[in-house]
Design a protein around this ligand. Structure first.
Ligand code: ADP
Ligand code: MG
Length: 251
């Protein structure tokens, strides 16, 4: 099934996106349109293809068939740096930080891969270090800038990864299980950040198992089951959808 995006603004869309691993159709002809400017959630049981969908859209995995586009531009099968340049940033389900580098050093790693325009813009405004410190403060870990990442709690590492994603100033931010394994106080902080950044114009696409978080944060929810979108709508619409209950509860 497909859904309509925000009228007039095309964001991230896929058409019949498909990726198999051996005999498993991890993503199976998924046609989805996320709402640009909104907080979107992609939910579904374990193994329903959420991470593979993210990987196909962000260039880590080449889809077997189908298309992905962003703001009308075809991004199917493009390498990650091209997709980043198109304005999409992402975090990983299993947090990706460099354990033996300090928090501040971790923040400066992605700078090398940033776009020329982004570099020029940031050079005009402030140095990368200043920007890194500002973003660390924004996620609430500026006091840890000299600490090696391996000494952070898992939740703090997730905040560091999120701050790192923000260094490239993406227009759309994809988060894969931002609250997984994170303590409740930090979950609240992550939720607050998503709300604030969305109010500033960032689009979000979030994969998350914490249903309270999904339901309270999202404007639009897409449900995957065995690689296929089976429902899409507001949190209330999706929660009451019998197909969703069936996928989750097997009833
Ligand atoms: P989710 O993120 O929703 O839990 P995944 O996208 O990780 O789901 O996995 C979807 C399906 O694809 C699962 O059956 C999983 O075992 C399979 N899968 C994912 N990645 C690979 C891979 N690299 N090699 C083989 N099978 C994979
Ligand atoms: Mg996953």
């Amino acid at each position: 099934m497909s859904t309509t995006g925000t009228p007039g603004v095309r964001g991230l869309e896929t058409t019949a996106l498909t990726k198999s691993f051996g005999g498993v159709r991890a993503v199976d002809a998924a046609s989805v349109a996320f709402h640009h400017g909104k907080v979107n959630a992609l939910i579904g049981p374990n193994g329903s293809g959420k991470t593979t969908f993210f990987n196909c859209v962000t260039g880590l995995v080449k889809p077997d068939s189908g298309t992905a586009s962003y703001r009308g531009e075809d991004i199917t099968g493009k390498p990650p740096h091209r997709i980043s340049r198109a304005g999409i940033g992402r975090s990983f389900q299993l947090c990706r930080v460099f354990p033996r580098m300090t928090v501040l050093e971790n923040m400066l790693v992605p700078v090398r891969s940033r776009t020329l325009l982004g570099r020029l813009r940031s050079a005009r405004q402030r140095t990368d270090v200043e920007r890194a410190r500002e973003l660390l403060a924004r996620v609430g870990i500026e006091h840890l800038e000299g600490t090696e990442a391996r000494d952070l709690s898992y939740g703090q590492q997730k905040l560091l990864e999120m701050a790192g994603v923000l260094m490239a100033d993406p227009e759309t931010i994809m988060l894969d299980e931002p609250a997984g394994g994170v303590n409740p106080a930090l979950i609240d902080r992550i939720a607050g950040l998503v709300r604030a950044l969305n109010a500033e114009g960032k689009t979000f696409l979030i994969v998350e198992h914490n249903m309270d978080l999904v339901m309270s944060l999202s404007d639009h929810v897409v449900v995957l089951d065995r690689g296929r979108p089976i429902a899409a709508g507001t949190p209330d619409e999706v929660r009451d959808d019998p197909r969703v209950l069936e996928a989750y509860l097997g009833i």
